[in-house]
Design a protein around this ligand. Structure first.
Ligand SMILES: [Zn+2]
Length: 231
């Protein structure tokens, strides 16, 4: 009925989320009987076109780090869990980032889909006066994804979680159906699809355990949302 979207970045043994922690997160969600929806399903649920189970989750990864392939992908395959990776297309192939061979292999597995996180990952306050420049940067990423993956990117993730009404106008004009923020909370039917909420994974297994108690209860989650806004 309400979808939880979790935001990851790096998955590596020296980072905040280690492969062990990530696998624990996945196992915890499985043990709590969460349904792993695709982003298409979450979007169709929000616009009222699809029913989803009471406890639904979708996993996302921002920026396109190479450890998403070396560390997260084997775990996602092991449990047959789908996820979305938001690519900063100018960084594809750079040190520490995914390259197109890794990306295509993950896309071919049918469990990972790739969407746009802009081309250059700009700070919005620098781009805001230049609406056309922002639209151009987003369109470059959309075209690069189309060329390399033969698909139309429909879902967008705001760099740094920054957005405003003008940004949303740009997304609409460049053909995106929704935008993922870093605002915390659950996603419900009829909410604005350009303001999808996520929780930012930032700790060991206990961190997710606590959040899941909050987010399995709509009332608690609304209070938490109001008090913490962006935590
Ligand atoms: Zn980012």
């Amino acid at each position: 009925m309400a979808s939880l979207i979790i935001c990851y970045h790096n998955i590596n043994k020296n980072g905040i989320i280690t492969p062990k922690t990530f696998e624990e997160n996945v196992r915890l969600l499985i043990s709590k009987k969460y349904y792993f929806a695709t982003l298409d399903e979450v979007y169709n649920h929000i616009i009222g076109k699809k029913e989803l189970p009471e406890k639904t989750v979708h996993l996302t990864f921002d920026d396109g780090y190479s450890d998403n392939y070396t560390e997260a992908f084997p775990i996602l395959k092991k449990y047959n869990i789908n996820a979305t990776i938001f690519l900063t297309t100018s960084q594809v192939g750079l040190l520490g980032h995914l390259d197109w061979n890794m990306i295509r292999e993950m896309q071919d597995s049918k469990i990972i889909s790739f969407e746009s996180h802009t081309h250059s990952h700009p700070r919005y306050f620098l781009m805001r006066p230049l609406k056309e420049k922002l639209a151009g940067d987003i369109l470059i990423s959309k075209n690069i994804i189309k060329e390399n993956l033969k698909k139309e990117s429909k879902y967008f993730c705001y760099p740094y979680g920054e957005y405003d009404d003008l940004y949303i106008d740009v997304l609409k004009s460049t053909g995106f159906l929704c935008g993922l923020t870093l605002n915390i909370g659950l996603n419900n039917v009829n909410q604005n699809p350009y303001l999808l909420k996520r929780i930012d994974a930032r700790g060991p297994e206990n961190w997710l355990k606590k959040r899941m108690v909050i987010y399995s209860n709509q009332f608690l989650s609304r209070i938490y949302e109001k008090v913490y806004k962006k935590i």
